[in-house]
Structure formats: structure tokens, C-alpha cells
Design a protein around this ligand. Structure first.
Ligand code: ATP
Length: 209
């Protein structure tokens, strides 16, 4: 509970962060500004069961996530629980852990519209929607389209599921594009925070050879 007797709201923002980029940082800033969060947990995923690609080692993704989100105003916790967990990473397990740690808190799961549309493919997605409010930002796609989200698109939406819109200017940045440019040796400084660009360079990440 906070001083006004309302449940404290804990933001949960997960991702592969391979690497973290400017749209991730903007999304976190928008969440802190708009969602009345007591704290925001930024959680790099461990063994992401839904990503077909082999991810960059978790130590590098965690280090880059720490660098990317270091300068934000507000209580931001770069939370390593998923990279430390053995076996597959399930968001539902993370939400249950946070619930046990902060009983009475309201969890707010933050994601882009592409992920929200794919929610039915997530392990225990209906339980996720019973456990947390889902806050969704629109996402610009590489096709030039915009990924929008309407909860009515989800078949089997559980009763009581709650969604909140997150206003974020459309940004077409993606980790895929950062990796593509880095592999070609093309400048990535407009896509990632300077500290992340330095880390990628110093650790020779995403190079094709
Ligand atoms: P990749 O290109 O490798 O699939 P990504 O850029 O989507 O990666 P993730 O780490 O998978 O990055 O994304 C973490 C979260 O950030 C997801 O909820 C995703 O929807 C959201 N997100 C990433 N980029 C954007 C963007 N440009 N606009 C809005 N949301 C975004």
C-alpha cells in the first residue's frame, strides 16, 4: 500500500534486450511517467523459449541492460532473476515471485503491441492476465505499418483482464536492426544509448566475422 491507501504499482518490463535500444529506454521512461509506478523492474529474459534465435550470452545482455537503463529518473531495478534461473524463462513464474515478495502490490506488465498480440502463445497467458494489468505501447513495424493492439483480438480473454494504454511516439527501432547494422559495421549510435554502443564495440558483439 502507498500513503493514499492504494496498492503500490510495480512495473514489469521484460525483453531479450539483445541489445537494449532507444525504444526500450523510451518505453521505460513513458511507463515511469504515465503509469504511477512505485518501481519498475527491467528484466532481461534468460533462456527465452519463444525466440528461435540463439541469444547473446546473458552476462552481456544483463550488462548492456544495466548500462541502458542507468540514467532513468525513478526507481528502476534491473532485475537479474530470469537470467539466473535455470531452465526456460516464464513470465508467469516471475509475476508469481514478485507477488510473493510484494504482497498486495498491483503488478503492471509493460510491452509493445507486437508482444501483446502474441500473448496467447505465452505460457499461462490467461493466468498472466489474471495476475497483472497489461500496459501496451503501439509499435512501428519494419514494414512501415503500425502494430496496434485491441484486447478483443485475443480469443479466450479471461474475465477481469485489464489493459492500460501507454503513450509512446512511434519508433521503428528494433534489436534486429541494431544487430544487422553492427554485423555490417554500420554506425548504430542513433539506435542505442552511447554506453551500449561502446559495450557492443568493446566486446565485439554482433560482428559477422
Ligand atoms: P528483436 O528485434 O530481436 O525481436 P526487440 O527490438 O523486439 O527485439 P525485445 O527485447 O524483444 O526487443 O523487446 C522487449 C519489449 O520491448 C517487447 O515488449 C517489445 O514489444 C518492446 N519493444 C521493442 N522495440 C519497440 C518499439 N520500437 N516500440 C515499441 N515497443 C518496443
Amino acid at each position: 500500500m502507498n500513503a493514499s491507501g492504494k496498492a503500490a504499482r510495480i512495473g514489469v518490463f521484460g525483453g531479450a534486450f539483445d541489445p537494449p535500444h532507444n525504444a526500450h529506454v523510451a518505453l521505460a521512461e513513458a511507463a515511469l511517467a504515465q503509469l504511477d509506478l512505485a518501481e519498475l523492474h527491467v528484466i532481461p529474459t534468460g533462456q527465452a523459449w519463444h525466440k528461435s534465435r540463439t541469444l547473446t550470452p546473458k552476462e552481456d545482455r544483463l550488462a548492456m541492460t544495466r548500462l541502458a537503463f542507468a540514467g532513468l529518473q525513478g526507481t528502476v531495478v534491473v532485475d537479474s532473476r530470469e537470467v539466473l534461473r535455470d531452465g526456460p524463462t516464464y513470465t508467469l513464474d516471475t509475476l508469481h515471485e514478485l507477488q510473493r515478495e510484494q504482497p498486495g502490490a498491483q503488478l503492471v506488465l509493460i510491452m509493445g503491441a507486437d508482444q501483446a498480440t502474441a500473448l496467447p502463445s505465452w505460457h499461462g497467458w490467461q493466468d498472466i492476465l489474471r495476475t497483472a494489468i497489461v500496459s501496451v505501447a503501439y509499435r512501428a513495424l519494419s514494414t512501415g505499418d503500425t502494430a496496434r493492439f485491441d484486447p478483443k483480438m485475443l480469443p479466450g480473454l479471461p474475465a477481469g483482464a485489464r489493459f492500460e494504454a501507454l503513450e509512446l511516439p512511434l519508433m521503428d527501432t528494433s534489436a534486429t536492426e541494431v544487430r544487422r547494422r553492427a554485423a555490417l559495421g554500420v554506425d548504430i549510435s542513433s539506435l542505442v544509448p552511447p554506453s551500449v554502443a561502446r559495450y557492443i564495440d568493446q566486446h565485439h558483439l554482433y560482428r559477422s566475422a
